[in-house]
Design a protein around this ligand. Structure first.
Ligand SMILES: Nc1ncnc2c1ncn2[C@@H]1O[C@H](COP(=O)(O)OP(=O)(O)OP(=O)(O)O)[C@@H](O)[C@H]1O
Ligand SMILES: Nc1ncnc2c1ncn2[C@@H]1O[C@H](COP(=O)(O)OP(=O)(O)OP(=O)(O)O)[C@@H](O)[C@H]1O
Ligand SMILES: [Mg+2]
Ligand SMILES: [Mg+2]
Lengths: 254, 254
């Protein structure tokens, strides 16, 4: 059966897009049938796979908008996986969706039509708890929360995110579970050490064992329009994300 | 006269909060009467000044909510400046504000009452173009756009942000101007060099001459609840932000 996983954290720049890109690319290389969905108007996941949002015939804008089209019509194949791209126009869509009936479950309905074609669908969320993120959580079996361990601010928003996940579980999607907390951008500073200790204390078994270290190759890969495995397969960044992906595969029972 | 400046970029983790905190702290030390407003539910600006949002009697939630209170009632004095703190509950407020008449200019009306008491008011925005950011742009004379030069994704969202600034200028606030683009977190990598070149090519004179270099003291200061000037006044981070602040003072005619 298909597993749907969201990658979400309201804090900006915690490695959400890099995590979705890397996990999906690894799983596709392992032979899983994988799709990724870009729900951030910033379209970073789309750009990171070498797709220019301006060149597209369709995007998640067209899939989520009131006069919508099926999601498979916007899919683009890249690195052995399928990408449902985003577009900046989604910024304007947010206000429109808020007043519709059933606005929280638009994406879930769209995914029902394609779930049989995939083993894994991963959703990249914007840095907020807006209607796009709520749609992602309503459509998901699991959520991964990346935490930037080099940032002191990392811990504050997590409580609110967990509260919102609770709310989604009770009101809209009882299947939703936190798959795990992923520590990213570890840069061997005192702050990193303190954050890692605190995250392990607060979240215990939820924390993935693999810590993603800061690695310049990870920030260069998007410029080449390919995942870390396409750009620098023997780098530390590729190793770390391969190990994290294996933990995700095991926990999600893929 | 009082200058109101917003710090905004939809991309997460570009240094918005660090820039507001540092510019405000420098200007307060130089003797200007300064207030900062935290419009991000993440409350990072609030936390960075050592204030625990859970301990507060009031926050920007109470100021912007329909049954609102004056902004001076929530101000907290820190490091010689006044802070209007944020609170996570603002996440729920977003949906409520969207349907109100005049929802874009709530903050502007609140600031009119206090502008005579300050030379400079700086607003920290969340990483999105939501109702809080629109309120900030409608209340501002200027906007500063921090761009993380170590991130390939840095350039994509800027066009949309400039488009939205144009829209706000035409529809809601003809005074609004882009004060400048600030290059942050420069880390001497190839990517940084490429982004700096591209930003200078696209934005020319708008780009501040001072480039903020990556400096671990800047990521440690929030843990001490004080600005970079309170924590490590002789660090490279303090030097860079002092120079940027002097450029801002000059351009804004403070
Ligand atoms: N482990 C890492 N080492 C080095 N650079 C990294 C690492 N992880 C992410 N980056 C870089 O840091 C920046 C932020 O990461 P990313 O864009 O994935 O975060 P995000 O949470 O998706 O941001 P947003 O909140 O804007 O959506 C990007 O430029 C990315 O290339
Ligand atoms: N020049 C710098 N050198 C080192 N660390 C920095 C620098 N500027 C910011 N940081 C750190 O990087 C992280 C991101 O910065 P910051 O929180 O200011 O960005 P932001 O744009 O406000 O993020 P968000 O989009 O979540 O609001 C923080 O942990 C901050 O302490
Ligand atoms: Mg992202
Ligand atoms: Mg911030």
């Amino acid at each position: 059966t298909c597993r749907v996983i969201s990658c979400s954290n309201m804090k900006g720049g915690t490695g959400k897009t890099t995590t979705v890109n890397s996990l999906a690319a690894h799983c596709a290389r392992k032979g899983f049938r994988v799709a990724v969905i870009d729900l951030d108007p910033q379209s970073n996941l789309t750009i990171g796979f070498g797709v220019d949002p301006q060149d597209l015939k369709g995007s998640m804008y067209d899939v989520l908008a009131p006069q919508s089209i099926p999601i498979e019509q916007v899919m683009v194949e890249k690195e052995g996986l399928f990408l449902a791209p985003a577009h900046m126009d989604m910024v304007r869509l947010e206000m429109q969706l808020v007043s519709l009936y059933g606005r929280e479950t638009i994406l879930n309905k769209k995914l029902l039509a394609i779930k049989d074609n995939y083993d894994l669908i991963i959703i990249d969320c914007p840095p907020s708890l807006n209607i796009f993120t709520i749609n992602a959580l309503c459509a998901s079996d699991y959520v991964i929360i990346p935490i930037q361990c080099s940032s002191y601010y990392a811990l504050y928003g997590i409580a609110q995110l967990l509260e919102s996940i609770n709310w989604v579980q009770q009101e809209l999607n009882p299947n939703l579970e936190v798959l795990g907390v992923a520590l990213t951008m570890e840069n061997r500073t005192r702050i990193s050490g303190q954050i890692i200790e605190e995250v392990n204390r607060q979240f215990e078994k939820l924390v993935f064992k693999t810590v993603i270290r800061q690695n310049v190759k990870l920030s260069e890969a998007p410029a080449m329009g390919t995942s870390i495995f396409g750009y620098a397969a023997s780098s530390q960044g590729a190793d770390d994300y391969a190990r994290l992906a294996e933990e995700v595969v095991k926990r999600a029972g893929l």
